[in-house]
Design a protein around this ligand. Structure first.
Ligand code: ATP
Ligand code: MG
Length: 281
């Protein structure tokens, strides 16, 4: 089944998040069918990722951005983190350290981009530097405003070097977010996640929305497209992202390298070893 692609934002178009429904469930009537799809698709992703790793020619960068509790962690646990960790790494980007702040905003990001054969998953990213930084007024407008262009050049540079980029915005409603905050309050295992800052960000929901819309609209290209993933239903979020990642890897079509050794010779070596072993019995 192919789906998920319909959530792409066409480059050049103006995104309006309020026009996109966060409760969509695509072709699924319920969670069981979606979970089954995700499990099968995860297996296909693993096979394709194996070929990517062996081929060593291309790489994949997955960028995750979302309001709190939209499910970046869950998506990593249930889909992206299921790839073979030998060729896939997740990088969370938190409040920059003193050392990071002493450099340009892409310094810490560039170091984590995937080399050939590898996949990087960014849990938050360089987009924070035009989102929280803008809404919280951490640098002047003239500084963050130039970053859209800088980000476009940066992503173009990665694409030229053979990196496919997929950017996902996990789209949840204010109501669903509050519901998830309540579940965190009710579950002692999740108390470590509670923080007053999450509630403060709710007061600035519209300012964040505007910042997201600007970032998605201004930094969106064929090589580095944005997808707005309806994320009120966790099972739909996982299925949609899994479908898009699988389709993208299929499009990249990583190939096993040609065999350079002489297989007949290797077979003969094997036969010799086997005969020797049997002779020792
Ligand atoms: P969780 O879903 O578990 O809450 P999280 O990604 O929100 O995970 P936190 O440790 O709660 O992780 O928050 C990280 C914070 O760092 C976020 O508020 C984010 O906006 C902030 N941050 C990330 N990058 C930057 C940046 N470049 N400048 C300022 N703040 C940043
Ligand atoms: Mg948080």
């Amino acid at each position: 089944m192919n789906f998920g692609r319909e959530h792409v934002i066409e480059p050049g178009s103006n995104v309006r998040l309020s026009k996109i429904k966060s409760q969509q469930t695509g072709p699924f009537e319920g969670k069981d069918a979606a979970r089954e799809f995700t499990a099968e698709t995860n297996d296909q992703i693993r096979d394709l990722q194996y070929r990517l790793f062996v081929e060593q020619k291309q790489s994949l960068l997955v960028v995750l951005q979302a309001p709190d509790a939209a499910g970046k962690d869950g998506l990593i646990r249930k889909v992206l983190g299921r790839m073979n960790p030998q060729g896939c790494r997740t990088y969370p980007f938190k409040v920059p350290t003193k050392e990071e702040l002493a450099h340009d905003f892409l310094w810490r990001i560039h170091k984590c981009t995937p080399g050939k054969g590898h996949v990087s998953v960014f849990n938050r990213s360089h987009y924070e530097d035009v989102l929280i930084v803008r809404v919280e007024d951490l640098v002047p407008k003239k500084v963050w405003d130039r970053r859209f262009e800088i980000i476009n050049h940066f992503e173009e540079n990665l694409a030229c070097a053979g990196t496919r980029i997929l950017k996902f915005y996990l789209h949840i409603s204010l109501e669903e977010q509050l519901e998830r905050f309540k579940k965190r309050l009710d579950n002692p295992e999740k108390h470590w996640k509670l923080n007053t800052g999450d509630y403060a960000a709710r007061d600035k929901w519209n300012a964040y929305r505007e910042a997201y819309e600007d970032a998605i609209t201004k930094c969106n290209s064929k090589d580095a497209p944005w997808f707005v993933i309806p994320a009120d239903h966790k099972w739909y979020r996982d299925a949609a992202v899994a479908g898009i990642v699988r389709d993208t890897l299929e499009e990249m079509d990583p190939k096993m390298p040609p065999v350079e050794e002489d297989l007949d010779e290797i077979r003969a070596l094997y036969e010799r070893e086997l005969a020797e072993l049997e002779g020792k019995k």
